[in-house]
Ligand binder design. Structure first.
Ligand SMILES: [Zn+2]
Length: 498
C-alpha cells in the first residue's frame, strides 16, 4: 500500500478559518479519500496561520519531510491550500518531477505525478494562478462594469463630497447627504463669492465643520463636474451625464471655475509616476527604464545608463498603452483552454456541492442535537420540576446550546461564502481574458499596473519592440503559433511618429 501525508491549511482569514475549517472540513475529507484509495496515512500536517505567525517555514518543512521519507503521495484538499505563490508552486513541481512524489488534489480529483498528461499540468497552472487571489482584487475594482455603469448614468465608484453611495444590489444608488452637501456648497461660495484662497477654505472647513480637506482636494472639488451632472472618465476622456440629484447651482459652479482657471493653481501637473515605472528593462544594458515626464501629456521611458551611453529610442507611454492593448486583444481563449476552464468550473461545482452537502448535513445534524438537548431539558423541567432540572440549570443548558448553535450556523454560512468566492475567481479569469483589452483601456494607473503584473513579466525594450513573457496561465491561452511563452511584441510601426 502507498504511504501518504495529509496537508491541511487555513490562512488568517476568518472566513477561511470557518469555511475551510481544518478539523470540520479538510482533514475528514482527506482521511476519507485516503481510505477510499488505499493509502496509509503516515502523518498529518495541519497548518493554521495566526495574525502574528506565518507558517511558510513549517509548511516547507513538511514538504521536506515528504522528500526525505518513504512517502509516495501528498493529499491536499485543493491547490490553493498548498500554494499561494509561484515559489511554493515550483517547490511542489520539483518534488513531483525530481523526487517522483504524487500530489492528489481531492476536491477536483486532480492527480499530479511525474508522468501526468499535459492537460493535468494545465489544470494545475490554472489553479496556481487562481490561488494567488490577486484576480479577485481586480474584480473588486469593478472594471468590467465601469463602462456599462457610466453609460447608464450610474457612478461606478467614488462620488464627491455631499454624495454617498447607498443601498444594495439593484437598489444601489447615490444620494445627497444634507450635512456634507452644505459644506460642499460652501466651498464653491467661498471661492466664487468671497475670494477665499484654498488655504483659507481649508481652515474655515476645519473651524466651522471640523472637516479636514487638503489644499489640492479643494481645487479638485471645484473642478469636479459631477456637481453639474457629469461624470468624467479619464481613460476615455469622455463625459457621461449622471442621474442623481444636483445641489450646486450651475452659475455658481462656472463662476468658481472661471476664477480657478484664471489663477495659476490650475495647471495640471503631470503625474511623476508612470504606469510602466520599474517594469521595463533596456535590452542593451538591462537597466530599468526611467520615466521622463515631458511638458504636456507626453511621458517617455528612457535608459539613463551614464557609464555606457547608448541611444535607443524612448517609448512614449501612450504607445506602450497601445502595444499592451494590442497584446491583450491577442490573448483570446482558444477552444482547448476554454474547454478546460469550463470543465474546471463544472467539476468544482460538482465536487463542492458533494463536499458541502456532506458537511452541511453534518453541521445541520449538530444544530439539531442542540435543539433536542434544549427540548429535553424543558420536558424534564415540566415533568419533574426542580427534581428533574432546576431553573438555573435549564437556563445554562439553553444558553450554551444556543451559543453552540450560533457558532454552527456561522460555520455554515462561511462555508457557502468561501466556495462562492472560489467560483467567482474562475469566472473573473474568464472575464479578464475575454475583455482584457477593454478593461485595460478603462483602468487607471494602479489598476493597469496590477493587470500588467498579473499577466506579464520581463518587459524589455530594444528601441523598436517590446519583448515580454506571459505568465501562466495566459501563456496557455495566447493564440500564437510560434511559441507559447516567449513572444515578440508589436514592431516599430507603433513608434511615435511625430
Ligand atoms: Zn540601456
Amino acid at each position: 500500500m502507498k504511504r501518504c501525508v495529509l496537508i491541511a491549511r487555513v490562512s488568517t482569514d476568518r472566513q477561511e478559518q470557518q469555511g475551510l475549517s481544518i478539523e470540520d472540513m479538510q482533514l475528514p475529507r482527506l482521511r476519507e479519500y485516503a481510505q477510499e484509495n488505499d493509502f496509509i496515512v503516515a502523518k498529518e500536517f495541519p497548518f493554521s496561520e495566526s495574525a502574528d505567525q506565518k507558517v511558510r517555514n513549517e509548511f516547507l518543512a513538511s514538504l521536506d519531510y515528504v522528500k526525505k521519507n518513504e512517502i509516495d503521495a501528498v493529499l491536499v484538499f485543493r491547490v490553493d491550500r498548498i500554494t499561494r505563490n509561484y515559489r511554493d508552486a515550483s517547490v511542489i513541481e520539483d518534488l513531483i518531477k525530481d523526487n517522483a512524489k504524487e500530489f492528489h488534489f481531492v476536491d477536483r480529483r486532480l492527480v499530479l505525478h511525474k508522468y501526468s498528461e499535459s492537460s493535468s499540468w494545465d489544470d494545475w497552472a490554472l489553479d496556481v494562478f487562481l490561488a494567488k487571489r490577486d484576480i479577485n482584487r481586480l474584480r473588486g475594482y469593478g472594471l468590467a462594469t465601469k463602462n456599462t455603469k457610466l453609460k447608464k448614468g450610474e457612478a461606478p465608484g467614488y462620488v464627491p463630497m455631499g454624495y454617498e453611495n447607498s443601498g444594495e444590489g439593484r437598489n444601489k444608488t447615490v444620494v445627497v447627504v444634507e450635512e456634507k452637501a452644505e459644506y460642499a456648497k460652501k466651498i464653491f461660495e467661498w471661492y466664487a463669492n468671497n475670494d477665499y484662497s484654498a488655504r483659507q477654505i481649508v481652515d474655515r472647513l476645519k473651524k466651522d465643520y471640523d472637516f479636514s480637506y487638503s489644499h489640492s482636494s479643494v481645487y479638485n472639488h471645484i473642478r469636479n463636474q459631477f456637481f453639474i451632472g457629469l461624470m468624467y472618465d479619464q481613460q476615455a476622456d469622455m463625459h457621461y451625464p449622471h442621474n442623481y440629484d444636483l445641489f450646486i447651482d450651475e452659475d455658481l459652479f462656472y463662476k468658481a471655475n472661471a476664477r480657478l482657471n484664471a489663477s495659476s493653481h490650475t495647471r495640471k501637473k503631470t503625474s511623476s509616476k508612470g504606469t510602466y515605472q520599474g517594469l521595463i528593462k533596456c535590452a542593451e544594458c538591462g537597466r530599468t527604464l526611467s520615466p521622463d515626464p515631458k511638458k504636456g501629456k507626453y511621458f517617455y521611458y528612457r535608459c539613463v545608463n551614464k557609464d555606457r551611453p547608448h541611444k535607443i529610442k524612448a517609448p512614449e507611454q501612450a504607445h506602450l498603452d497601445k502595444m499592451i492593448v494590442d497584446i491583450l486583444k491577442d490573448i483570446k481563449i482558444n477552444d482547448k483552454a476554454l474547454g478546460r476552464i469550463r470543465t474546471i468550473l463544472e467539476r468544482s461545482i460538482e465536487s463542492n456541492s458533494y463536499d458541502i452537502a456532506k458537511i452541511k448535513k453534518n453541521l445541520n445534524k449538530q444544530v439539531e442535537e442542540q435543539d433536542t438537548m434544549i427540548k429535553n431539558a424543558v420536558k424534564d423541567r415540566a415533568k419533574y420540576g426542580d427534581d428533574g432540572i432546576t431553573m438555573k440549570e435549564l437556563q445554562n443548558i439553553r444558553h450554551e446550546a444556543t451559543a453552540k448553535k450560533n457558532e454552527l450556523m456561522n460555520k455554515l454560512s462561511a462555508l457557502a461564502r468561501v466556495e462562492n468566492d472560489k467560483f467567482d475567481e474562475s469566472l473573473s479569469l474568464l472575464e479578464l481574458v475575454n475583455k482584457g483589452s477593454e478593461l485595460y483601456q478603462l483602468a487607471n494607473r494602479d489598476e493597469k499596473r496590477e493587470m500588467l503584473k498579473l499577466v506579464f513579466s520581463n518587459f524589455t525594450w530594444d528601441g523598436n519592440s517590446l519583448d515580454f513573457n506571459l505568465l501562466e496561465p495566459f501563456n496557455l491561452m495566447f493564440e500564437c503559433k510560434q511559441s507559447k511563452v516567449w513572444l515578440r511584441g508589436k514592431d516599430s510601426n507603433l513608434r511615435p511618429n511625430g
